[in-house]
Design a protein around this ligand. Structure first.
Ligand code: NAP
Length: 295
């Protein structure tokens, strides 16, 4: 496994983890896929209270050591006492005593960020969480959230980023280069959309490039992400076969001209991000990003 810095903490985390949104829970396939990944050395799992998969992740974690566990609090729990309750509930579901990375899942423009962050710092002081991260925050929002913290640092921002969703390069990816904050690239396979006919030409290019390295199109798409400074990624897979393929994305390096060819082709196929449609749907519930975070 390749390791990357977690923010400026000095800690290292695997460049590739395993996501768990829509992870199969009922028939235990998801547990088996996660356990298989852990055996390979993918010792990083991402989940969230809203996914309903923390218990499934907890099953996979039984008897395991040294797994970096990341979960998230949903924005309807951003008031101080709700953050504390949500964290305790996640710990119980996961069956662990410390969450390695606790992330604010989306900004909430209605609850003052100072209230939320003070609860996060309290949890960290109590040893219930090791590190504090955010998700779906813009660079500006990360700065605001950081400015209200007394003693802690925001170590990561989990954002949608893939060969076909390039928008973050204009904002947080650039910020992370300057500030050393880790980018956790979610939906690295565009939530499966990468395999749509729409992306046929791009897939052809990824396959063609992959042949030079003995790799598949998927492995090239994932490697393209982790070859970037400060970027780690968390593909989700329900089967050991997919986990095996994704794991094969680590351990080789794309040459510069191949990266440029992917960049050029991907821009032509850039798609509307999941995050943009989510923001629109939830505007009324969590406030409007145009108003900015309340301090
Ligand atoms: P993704 O990882 O981009 O794509 C998952 C899809 O790709 C699934 O349909 C999966 O199929 C398929 N897949 C996985 N490996 C494959 C392979 N080697 N070949 C072909 N297909 C493959 O999508 P995602 O789940 O949206 O994103 C990954 C993780 O990021 C999530 O699980 C979650 O932890 C996190 N996330 C966070 C946010 C946020 O707001 N912070 C939002 C979205 C996602 P199978 O399941 O059948 O294997």
């Amino acid at each position: 496994m390749m390791y990357k810095n977690l923010g400026r903490t000095g800690d290292k985390i695997p460049a590739m983890g395993m996501g768990s949104w829509e992870l199969a829970g009922g028939n235990d396939d998801g547990v088996e896929a996660l356990k298989h990944g852990l055996e390979l050395g993918i010792k990083f799992i991402d989940t969230a209270e809203i996914y309903g998969t923390e218990e499934t992740v907890g099953k996979a974690l039984k008897g395991q050591k040294d797994v970096f566990v990341a979960t998230k609090v949903w924005p309807n729990h951003f008031k101080h006492d709700d953050v504390i309750r949500a964290c305790n509930s996640s710990l119980a579901k996961l069956g662990i005593s410390t969450i390695d990375l606790y992330q604010l899942h989306w900004p909430n423009y209605n609850v003052p960020i100072s209230e939320t962050m003070s609860a996060m710092e309290e949890l960290q002081k109590q040893g219930k969480i090791r590190h504090i991260g955010v998700s779906n925050f813009s660079a500006k929002e990360v700065e605001v959230a950081q400015s209200v913290m007394k003693n802690s640092e925001i170590v990561s921002n989990q954002i949608e980023y893939s060969v076909v969703v390039r928008e973050p390069e204009m904002d947080f990816v650039e910020y992370s280069r300057k500030n050393g904050t880790t980018v956790i690239a979610y939906s690295p396979l565009a939530h499966g959309v990468l395999y749509d006919n729409r992306n046929g030409k791009l897939m052809e290019l990824l396959s063609e490039i992959g042949k030079k390295y003995g790799k598949t199109a998927t492995q090239v798409a994932l490697n393209w992400l982790i070859s970037k400074e400060n970027v780690v990624t968390i593909p989700k897979a329900n089967s050991a076969r997919h986990v095996d393929e994704n794991f094969g994305a680590v351990g080789f390096k794309l040459k510069g001209d191949d990266v440029s060819r992917i960049d050029a082709q991907a821009r032509a196929f850039e798609q509307r991000s999941l995050a943009a449609s989510f923001k629109e749907r939830n505007r009324s519930q969590f406030g409007d990003s145009k108003t900015g975070l309340k301090v």
